[in-house]
Design a protein around this ligand. Sequence first.
Ligand code: SF4
Ligand code: SF4
Length: 433
Amino acid sequence: MAFYLKGVKLPHRKNTANSPAVELPPVRQVTIPTSMHIGAPAKIVVKKGDQVFVGSLIAEAGAGLSSPVYSSVSGTVNSVAELLLSNGSTCEAVVIDSDGQMTLDSEIVPPQVNSKEDLIDALSKSGIVGLGGAGFPTAVKFKTDKQIEELVINGAECEPYITSDTVTMLTKADLMKDAIETLVKYFGIKKVIIGIEKNKPEAIANMQKMSSETSNVEIKVLPSVYPQGGEKVLVYHTTGKIIPEGALPIEVGCVVCNCTTIAEIGKYLKTGIPLVSKVVTVDGDAIANPKNVIVPIGTLIKDVIEFCGIKSEIAKVLYGGPMMGISVTDLDKPVIKNTNALLAFTKAEAKVPKTTACIRCGACTNHCPFGISPVAILKSYKANDYEGMKKAGALLCMECGCCSFVCPAKIPNVQNNKLAKLSLRNEPKKEVK
Ligand code: SF4
Ligand code: SF4
């Protein structure tokens, strides 16, 4: 597969770039899912009536790939409920009535880290998962026998509106520095590269100051081209390495972590407080006062949006940015570990454009970071041609949405690609004769 890396220029709309994060006032109740990561859901260890505090374990990591879950408030367990997630799957969730005190669990102490094994154990217990993407458990990324040549830290934040990573780079450089130094020391990482789009000059300056006080950290200023923060794109633009199709970054000696993930690692190593809250950018034309908000995990979306104020009737809410975000089915869904933004749009802004026939202009392929042809994928999908879909690159598609954005016929190419990928996941097994 060719590697074009073209992407698209998007309006930035970073309205909250200079808004320091503000704490959400205590909420009445939180609903904390056991599945906020890639892998097995966590196993609930509390029951109705139990008293919990901020940072109390409420669900331990499941077997294999998983991550523990901690209470984000102090209060009493109300119930264990089944929750329909926005991706259509279900999981158990712990509903906790908050006492409004936000009392920290008194048993929390910083982890003792004196070896690589100690550090992996600490990362596993921290509950930290990839906070900028799909929620891959962070400890697993570092649990490798391969030499980590480069730790690539993603500060690109290329989606419009979202500024929560920018806030991290502006306000948590000290925690990032501590985390980087510990990771480098125990994992023998040769080089750390922080990739930041050039539209964030203050964040770049702050990271350059931090890197000048830390050995082996380089700041790479990247063009503001979407999807600069896509894992394969970022690794190519920061190291020049190409991750083969279907492989993880470690295949080329890289581990990729979001900058907010790195800051959370620093906080956990310093305080022992596991991942219990997120900075969330709240924006969109239906929001009265866009801001970055520090939100306890499990807080309902409606509570966060109400805090920022509603100026016009909301027609659509997204978890994440306008290019890759997931549409929220109702506002009673919770903020989860990898929620970095909540965007609320009016009917006018959320309007779906009318689709016309494909004019074979090739813009979709020309702007795809990997040169994929959504037209070829769709043709094979309609013919149930599984090999054709694979050959056309359906499995390489990272669902960035560039091909939909540039299409003059307004064809929902990325949605079509998602359907093709889903059908490949359910591909009937071939009979062995
Ligand atoms: S959604 Fe997939 S096919 Fe479309 S531009 Fe992105 S990677 Fe390419
Ligand atoms: S950009 Fe749209 S109109 Fe042009 S080839 Fe692709 S799908 Fe067809």
